[in-house]
Structure formats: C-alpha cells, structure tokens
Write a protein that binds this ligand. Structure first.
Ligand SMILES: [Fe+2]
Ligand SMILES: [Fe+2]
Length: 189
C-alpha cells in the first residue's frame, strides 16, 4: 500500500505541474506587455493572488517539512538543503512585491511597463529554476529515503489542503485565471 509520504510527494509533483501552467500564463502576459500591448492586469492580479494563497502558503511549507525530515532521518542525503527555506522566503517576497505592484496598477498607479516586465520575468525565472532543482535533485532524494525505508516517515500531521484553483475551482475569486486555463488546455488537433 502506498504510504502517506508517497501521496504527499505525488501532491507536490502535481502542484509543480499546476504552477508551471500558471507560470506559462505569466509568460504570455509578459510577452503581450513586451510587444507594447496592454496586458490583462486583472488576470495577473488573480494569478499572483493564487501564488500567495496556495504555492507560498501550502506547497512550500509542506516541502519545508519534508526537507526537515530528510535532514533529520537521512543527513547523508541532505547536503545543500540549508538554503531551501531562504529560497522559499525569497520567492514569496518576490511574489508579494509583484502582487503589490499589480494591485497598485489596477488601482490606477503609474508603473513603468519595463519594471513590470522585469519583475514578472524575474519571478517566473526564479520559481521555475527552484522547481527544476527540486525535481531533478531534492524530490529524488526523498524518493530514495522512502524506497529504503517507507515506514519511517510520519506525515500524519498533514491535512490535505485543497488548491483553490486546480481542485476547488473557486469561480468567484479566480474567474479569469480559470477561464485562461480552460482556453489554454483545449485539445490541439
Ligand atoms: Fe520549493
Ligand atoms: Fe516545490
């Protein structure tokens, strides 16, 4: 039977797939803005609100606990993990700054387009490379830990918290984000 830790790892990987899709939407907005057109700021606002209420508030803290367990149970596999919580904090800070910038734009403030493009692409690049590192390295170390001792990992304290967009589809708060996702996932050919 699959251990709870395995279920949690599946959820973390699923989160990454969902976050990648959302980052692609930010790419589209940045591309739009770079070509001189007016980007959909309301969509960007929903995206950044989503990033703060799910990835920053649920996904990263779950990972922090997984990595803390890895450090505790398998210090031999935990090299280079000390920076992860800082990485998560920095990503959250970049995301919060970008969200504030977009909220200010939506409230009528003049923000230079070049600054928005720079901040949004900086955020996307930072988060993307963080997730790539986790997938090619950190998640595999946790898999190794679980392969060798699947029972040793107590994840009972995790309550499954739903993703407000990909699982719950809370229309009221994320209407634009949801319809952009639906548009982009329509089958090709
Ligand atoms: Fe992470
Ligand atoms: Fe992650």
């Amino acid at each position: 039977m699959e251990s709870e830790a395995r279920t949690l790892m599946k959820e973390l990987r699923e989160d990454h797939r969902n976050m990648s899709i959302v980052l692609e939407l930010i790419d589209d907005v940045v591309e739009h803005a770079s070509s001189g057109k007016d980007p959909d700021f309301e969509l960007l606002d929903e995206i950044m609100r989503y990033m703060t209420v799910y990835p920053d508030a649920v996904h990263h803290p779950k990972e922090d606990i997984m990595y803390a367990q890895l450090r505790k149970k398998r210090p031999d596999l935990a090299e280079g993990l000390d920076n992860v919580p800082d990485d998560h904090n920095e990503i959250a800070a970049l995301g919060a700054a970008l969200r504030d910038e977009i909220e200010a734009i939506n409230a009528g403030a003049a923000v230079r387009r070049s600054k928005l493009i720079k901040d949004a692409s900086g955020y996307v690049n930072r988060l993307r490379s963080h997730m790539a590192w986790e997938e090619r390295d950190l998640f595999r170390r946790i898999d190794t830990m679980l392969d060798e001792d699947p029972q040793e990992f107590d994840v009972a304290k995790f309550e499954h918290i739903k993703d407000p967009v990909f699982e719950l589809q809370v229309e009221a708060g994320f209407r634009r984000l949801l319809s952009s996702l639906k548009r982009n996932s329509s089958p090709a050919g």
